[in-house]
Design a protein around this ligand. Sequence first.
Ligand code: MN
Length: 206
Amino acid sequence: MAYTLPTLPYATNALEPTIDTMTMEIHHGRHHKAYVDNVNKALEGQPALAGKPIETLLREISQVPEAIRQAVINNGGGHANHSMFWEVMAGGVGGDPSGPLADDIKATFTDFATFKAQIKDAGVKRFGSGWAWLVLADGKLKILSSANQDSPYMNGQAPIMGVDVWEHAYYLKYQNKRPDYLDAWWSVVNWKAVADRYAKAKAGNL
Ligand code: MN
């Protein structure tokens, strides 16, 4: 079955003023749609692969034939990464998390300010296009970045939250100021959704 573009869980203007409406329209309606269309195209004639959930396809990337593997990494990764991205944001949120996620962030990264600084650092230092991530790796929280649309799933890691640092994610409003975008981004992080992903990841269901 072909993958489909998920509907945004909020209106395209819901993340204003942090992420402007036009960026959301283009990012979801054109960029994410292109990843979906192109992974479907890459998997034409491969019903066994196309029937897998996108996360499974990426976890088992070594089983994808070499001729289409890079197309699946780029576009299947793009589909999974953006589906996560829309999910972990919302309007009228922000602040700091609470509960087990907050406790484990503090236990791992000292405090919440250090955690945020490390995510920002990962995003700022990613040269070119990519993502900064909080992942669950071998049962532990870890911050890292990936190039292009490379997915943590390909390395056996579960993406708890990630921030898109491709220029298309911020250029209309922030131009070359990626650090400013990364500072502002926290005000649209939906900690409830992130905590849900963390609980699922710990249960082995993400
Ligand atoms: Mn993007």
